[in-house]
Design a binder for this molecule. Structure first.
Ligand code: FAD
Length: 489
């Protein structure tokens, strides 16, 4: 059977289902491991390392190993590389339906993207932003609204507490903090309700958790939030635009990073090849996918735990690893682009940044690649996603536009184009931005989060101690896993 991927002009000869299954059963005995990428038989291809998942992390791990002279097969379920980085188009311009921003401290993404010839544009911060929570509305310039004294005092106290505690967390081992059990047994909602001075500041911090982690703050523990802040440098870094994680966007789109890395890997990349089984024995690993069977010395699983859990492991994974994956769900997000023929919000003196209550509760401006075309990008997150993910794009468009009109008036009523992506409905991701372990998961199963299981190594932004959940974390985890494997080959 010959298949042609939708996004690829590569042709792959696929064995029949019977051959695949037969190959999986006999592969341990039939194939000698070697440094050659050449197929050892029609059924089973032999490489040094199989990497599963062609997101940023898997592409980078495969690139590192390949550059070090090891033979690699990069197996991707989807018909394109990129994973949670994906190209969309609005008003004739490419946009990032997934990850888009870069911020200071994301050094590996800076290095890799520059090496691929990509440049960045600053997120617009000229004008007034709007925050409208718990009955209080502020318009402000810069990063922090001029709050009344009581609110400002509560805000500063909350920030100081979170920054102090976060700075004490070891991001390699969040469960090791002396107060880890206590923080892992209280949700962000409970802690914030009990400890933040005013209704507005309580609503603001819960809103920040939701915006940064895209889960409802009742679904994660304080320990997870503190870890996330520590991993991404600090709470203030994660919520800031200028000097923070939303400072710059990539001209032409961040999705180009994995796309270009995958293109350079050429025939090592196998699209439309979902992995179903990973079998280990004393000599190596047999990876069986829809589309082929590979025998390797080691395998890197560069997919988030919620998806890695859907692969069959033989022998079964240790209990702690399996339970960790059961307790490591994805956040939930829908990203919506609404394009206008003029940036009316700029003309009204606004940045386009709005934080308010509603199902689409965060807006940012998206200047489309210096093209002179403009859009607003809106986010739905947490529970709201479940209300909207399975509805039609037209229904989401009507709702998001009505919310833009609620904020900016009739100037926002007539967009010229719209596109969106509901990540929880996406077959091979089932959510985003990243993994948000449930309360108790870190302290009970955390040790298993990125510890190899014999010949299986774990990558993906969800396994990274630094910039966990971000593209920088994906690259860093790919680098770490590639090094782990290279040391053992
Ligand atoms: C809407 C949204 C906005 C975001 N914004 C930002 C941002 O502004 N800045 C930022 O830094 N980060 C952002 N992120 C997060 C960032 O996109 C991710 O952290 C990063 O892309 C994850 O890369 P990864 O390689 O670890 O995983 P993924 O990109 O998820 O790659 C895993 C790959 O594995 C494949 N796969 C799954 N199961 C199998 C299987 N059984 N067999 C084979 N392949 C399989 C998937 O198809 C996927 O391609 C955002 C994410 C989303 C969804």
């Amino acid at each position: 059977m010959t298949i042609r991927s939708k996004n690829s002009d590569k042709e792959t000869t696929r064995p029949s289902r019977r051959q695949v299954l037969g190959g999986a059963l006999t592969s341990g005995a039939a194939v000698a491991l070697g440094g050659s990428a050449a197929a050892q038989s029609n059924d089973i291809q032999s490489v040094d390392v199989v990497v599963i998942g062609a997101g940023a992390s898997g592409c980078y791990a495969a690139r590192e190993l390949s550059r070090a002279g090891h033979s690699v097969a990069l197996l991707e379920a989807d018909d394109r590389a990129g994973g949670r980085l994906r190209r969309g188009e609005v008003n004739g311009e490419p946009v990032d339906l997934g990850g888009q921003w870069w911020g200071p401290g994301q050094t590996l993404l800076d290095e890799v993207s520059q090496g691929l010839g990509l440049t960045r544009l600053k997120q617009n911060i000229t004008g007034r932003s709007i925050i409208d929570l718990a009955g209080l509305k502020f318009e402000y310039e810069g990063e922090v609204p001029a709050l009344p004294d009581a609110e400002m005092a509560a805000f500063l106290e909350g920030v100081e507490t979170i920054e102090t505690w976060a700075s004490e967390i070891d991001p390699q081992a969040p469960w090791s903090h002396p107060r880890a059990k206590e923080w892992d047994s209280i949700t962000c909602t409970t802690w914030m309700d009990q400890n933040l001075g005013t209704d507005f500041i309580t609503a603001f911090f819960k809103f920040a958790v939701k915006g940064v982690c895209v889960v409802d703050p009742a679904q994660i523990s304080m320990l997870q939030f503190l870890f996330y802040c520590r991993s991404g440098q600090s709470f203030v870094t994660l919520i800031s635009t200028d000097g923070g994680a939303q400072q710059e966007v990539f001209k032409g789109g961040l999705f180009q990073v994995p796309q270009l890395m995958a293109e350079a890997l050429g025939d090592a990349v196998h699209l439309s090849t979902p992995v179903r089984t990973i079998a280990q024995d004393g000599d190596g690993v047999t990876v069986t996918a829809e589309g082929g069977t590979w025998r390797a010395k080691r395998v890197i699983v560069a997919v988030p735990p919620a998806m890695a859990q859907r692969i069959h492991y033989d022998p079964p994974l240790p209990a702690m690893r399996d339970v960790y994956m059961q307790r490591a769900p994805m956040g939930a997000v829908i990203k919506c682009y609404v394009a206008y023929d003029t940036p009316f919000w700029r003309e009204m003196g606004y940045t386009g940044q709005v934080f308010f209550e509603g199902d689409a509760n965060v807006f940012f401006e998206h200047s489309l690649n210096d093209s002179g075309k403009f859009a607003l990008v809106a986010f739905m997150d947490g529970e709201a996603v479940l209300r909207w993910a399975d509805r039609t794009e037209q229904e989401r468009r009507d709702y998001v536009v009505s919310e833009i009109v609620r904020v900016f008036g009739q100037a926002g009523a007539n967009p010229v184009d719209y596109t969106d992506k509901a990540w929880s409905a996406d077959q091979w991701r089932r959510g985003g931005y990243g993994t948000q372990p449930t309360p108790g998961a870190w302290t009970v199963t955390g040790e298993a989060w990125n510890r190899p299981v014999d010949r299986i190594h774990w990558a993906g932004s969800d396994t990274s101690a630094v910039w966990n959940g971000y593209v920088e974390g994906a690259l860093q985890a790919g680098k770490r896993a590639a090094q782990e494997v290279a040391d053992l080959l």
